[in-house]
Ligand binder design. Structure first.
Ligand code: SF4
Length: 412
């Protein structure tokens, strides 16, 4: 029997101890994939004379691993590990290997300034910023505040198409299986160049790591949806259409250069539904609203009539004194016509999910412009140049991110 056959046996055997002292470490390594393996056996393997096996078990037996004679085992114990106790890291500051020492130093710095969010049970988001412009001209548009948005040239778009999956892969592979991953396709206006958007759909459909993505959403003002919707089927799970107001006249004033009608929304929501995609309406609240409860309730009625499954209120992230938003949110939470499902307050967002008596979902989300500044790790960006970043302003390339990846940290 060759070693490959023996390793397959080791992976499936009920007689694990038979393989424990096998002379070939590749066969013993097979035991790590055996579903029947016990903690006792794993503990024994953590003393194995194979560095490869000890490396694989380093995080589980960290106290032993950081005393290992091989630097690779000590490094594996703390690399991408946010839970190394402070005392162990302090000891490693005297490690004879500079790589281990530097890694311990960085983890101690992180522990000083950040709290590791242990109970994070949501997905890590990757924003996919489609290059190009927008047909609307909202005065609160976040793209007006970011510099270097790439211009709408076909050469840049071609380069983006060639590069964005590599960047996506770079991030997904680093997150490993630690958290579910969701992709949010955004822009400028992602569907403005509908032919380009369709090419993006084709690429995403054949993305080799697609099974590692738990869901894909798209945030759009809806301009190109009629044409692109059939190509989103099986790729995009959920669409958010920014509508901002239920009243046509006020909506026109917000978009300034785009005047979508109720009939148009009805039509695109139906087309999306026919392609198994649910659609939410989004409204950025960017100024004070007279009689908010009345406006909100009219908005909900309108959204239900159009066919949206939920309504998402967001605050204007560039307007710091937007306290009205929290007042509107709390007003709704305290309204007996709504039932609160979830509420969360973290450094990167203050949000809640409610339902009306009819089961229509309403969300309030007060987020921040740059999640990296307050909660690194919660979001990564594949930007409009096709490259991976950790912040929306493209200041920090993904390869320079020096926190454990796949975990979320909150600034103290
Ligand atoms: S629709 Fe969106 S991207 Fe376009 S101007 Fe308005 S906020 Fe900006």
């Amino acid at each position: 029997m060759n070693w490959r056959e023996e390793r397959t046996k080791a992976r499936n055997t009920n007689n694990i101890s038979k393989f424990l002292n096998h002379p070939n470490y590749l066969v013993r390594d097979g035991l790590l994939d055996n579903k029947n393996i016990t903690d006792d056996i794993l503990e024994k393997l953590s003393h194995d004379n194979s560095v490869q096996i000890r490396e694989k078990l380093a995080k589980k037996y960290i106290e032993r691993a950081i005393k290992d004679s091989n630097w690779r085992v000590r490094y594996a114990a703390i690399n991408d590990n946010p839970e190394v106790p402070y005392e162990l890291l302090k000891d490693l500051l005297n490690d004879k290997d500079l790589r281990v020492k530097n890694k311990a130093q960085r983890l101690l710095e992180i522990q000083k300034d950040y709290i590791y969010r242990k109970d994070f049970d949501n997905s890590i988001t990757i924003k996919l910023v489609i290059p190009g412009g927008c047909n609307a001209n909202c005065n609160f548009c976040y793209n007006k505040h970011t510099t270097n948005m790439q211009k709408n040239s076909s050469l840049l778009k071609e380069q983006w198409l060639n590069n964005f999956l590599i960047s996506l892969e770079q991030i997904v592979l680093k997150i490993e299986e630690r958290q579910p991953i969701s992709i949010d396709i955004t822009g400028n206006e992602p569907t403005l160049d509908s032919d380009f958007f369709i090419k993006v759909m084709h690429k995403l459909r054949s993305f080799s790591l697609k099974d590692k993505i738990s869901r894909i959403t798209c945030t759009t003002n809806g301009i190109g949806l009629k044409k692109v919707a059939p190509f989103m089927k099986g790729v995009v799970n959920y669409v958010n259409i920014s509508v901002h107001d239920y009243n046509q006249e006020r909506r026109n004033k917000t978009f300034r250069t785009y005047n979508p009608t109720d009939e148009y929304y009805k039509e695109v929501v139906q087309i999306l539904l026919d392609n198994n995609i649910h659609t939410s309406a989004v409204a950025v609240i960017y100024n004070e609203i007279n009689n908010f409860p009345k406006w909100r309730d009219e908005f909900i009625k309108w959204a239900e009539k159009i066919g949206f499954v939920s309504l998402r209120f967001r605050h204007n992230v560039y307007f710091n004194n937007n306290n009205n938003f929290l007042e509107y949110m709390n007003n709704t939470i305290n309204d007996k016509n709504f039932y609160l499902i979830q509420k969360e307050n973290t450094p990167d967002s203050n949000w809640c999910q409610l339902t009306t008596k009819n089961g229509f979902l309403v969300f309030f989300l007060k987020g921040v412009v740059d999640t990296y500044k307050v909660s690194p790790g919660i979001e990564f960006i594949v930007h409009d140049d096709g490259k991976a970043y950790v912040d929306f302003n493209k200041k920090i390339p993904f390869e320079n991110y020096d926190f454990p990846i796949g975990y979320v940290f909150d600034k103290k």
